[in-house]
Design a protein around this ligand. Structure first.
Ligand code: DP6
Length: 326
């Protein structure tokens, strides 16, 4: 059966960095994110006897051998559950153009999980889909439920699941994403997670992250944007100081990254409620409420060095669509 799914990328306000179990991708801490409206992956999967082996095609992009292996291993997991041995054709494309540096593993594995499990004849619950997506790529589990999502640390694979805490229309936030560099990362996030313990600051991040989680959830409930923003910015800084002090060090920031961070801080001093967060790359996600979106975009467009600005609203999670890619 041929099934197509769309899944959004997500931006974490409290980050997932470090695992308790690498194979199962059990996180060292709980995390919290928002699905992004303009950054998503579409994937069509067809299981059929006509395919002698799995065929994986990225439209508008090339695929490395290790990426292909990660995808076919995920298909194997789904075949095991569905008790089938049929090979599949997978065709996938991202809404964000090639090389924009937007992480595609979250949206990619979420879309693959929903499309492939349904195409294999399974009808998994949302909870089960989050477990399966998590084993593909940790952050992918947060792209399954709608809107604003918490991924619980859990005590086992079955309890480390993601769930929505609010629908996309709960709070009209904007993630104004500044693309500052489109080159590929040299070290994958999976490799980065593995050496997290080499940072002397890792322990102190773990000791403080749960406090930030409680604080941000409280601010989210009250829609207290300043407290919300202060906390997400602090968590991003915390993750990057760990990354930068790991061996080998992961220094994702470019000159333009630092310039945007400084500008955001200055605009705050000038009275504009705006905060930044950064994932495993040089691009800066600038968070504001929708009433400030145009002003924030204008101010960002006056800075030099930003290649592109993509403004994202909160979005629903992974879902099936009827238009196929092949
Ligand atoms: C920095 O989900 O890409 O974006 O589980 O190894 O696939 P794997 O890692 P991945 O890690 C993403 C980490 C992050 C922070 C976050 O999204 O929470």
């Amino acid at each position: 059966m041929k099934i197509t799914a769309i899944a959004p990328a997500n931006i974490a306000f409290i980050k997932y960095w470090g695992k308790r179990d690498a194979a199962l991708r059990l996180p060292a801490n709980a995390s919290f994110s928002m699905n992004l409206s303009e950054s998503y992956t579409t994937t069509t999967v067809d299981f059929s006897d006509q395919y002698r082996e799995d065929e994986v095609i990225f439209l508008d992009d090339t695929i490395t051998g290790s990426e292909r292996k990660r995808i076919t291993s995920h298909l194997d997991r789904i075949r095991d559950i569905a008790k089938i041995s049929t090979r599949a054709k997978v065709v996938t494309k991202n809404s964000f153009p090639k090389g924009t540096g937007v992480a595609s593993s979250a949206s990619g594995f979420a879309a693959l999980t929903v499309a492939a499990s349904n195409a294999a004849g399974l009808s998994l619950s949302e909870r089960e889909l989050t477990i399966l997506a998590r084993i593909g790529s940790g952050s992918a589990c947060r792209s399954i439920p709608d809107g604003f999502v918490v991924w619980d640390k859990g005590i086992s694979s079955d309890s480390s699941t993601a769930h929505s805490i609010a629908r996309p229309d709960y709070w009209d936030l904007r993630d104004v994403l500044c693309i500052v560099d489109t080159s590929m990362k040299k070290i994958t996030t999976s490799e980065g997670h593995e050496s997290v313990e080499s940072s002397p600051l890792w322990k102190s991040r773990l000791e403080s992250v749960d406090v930030r989680m409680s604080r941000i959830l409280e601010a989210f409930e009250k829609k207290d944007f300043n407290r919300f923003g202060e906390t997400l910015e602090e968590d991003s800084d915390s993750m990057h100081t760990v990354m930068q002090t790991q061996t080998p060090p992961l220094y994702y920031w470019r000159e333009t990254t630092v310039m945007v961070m400084k500008a955001v801080r200055q605009w705050r001093v000038d009275g504009l409620a705006v905060y930044y967060t950064i994932d495993a790359g040089p691009n800066v996600h600038v968070l504001c409420e929708s009433h400030s979106e145009n002003l924030v975009k204008k101010k960002l467009s006056e800075l030099t060095g930003i290649e592109r600005i993509i403004s994202n609203a909160p979005a629903k999670g992974a879902h099936i669509v009827t238009d196929h890619l092949f």
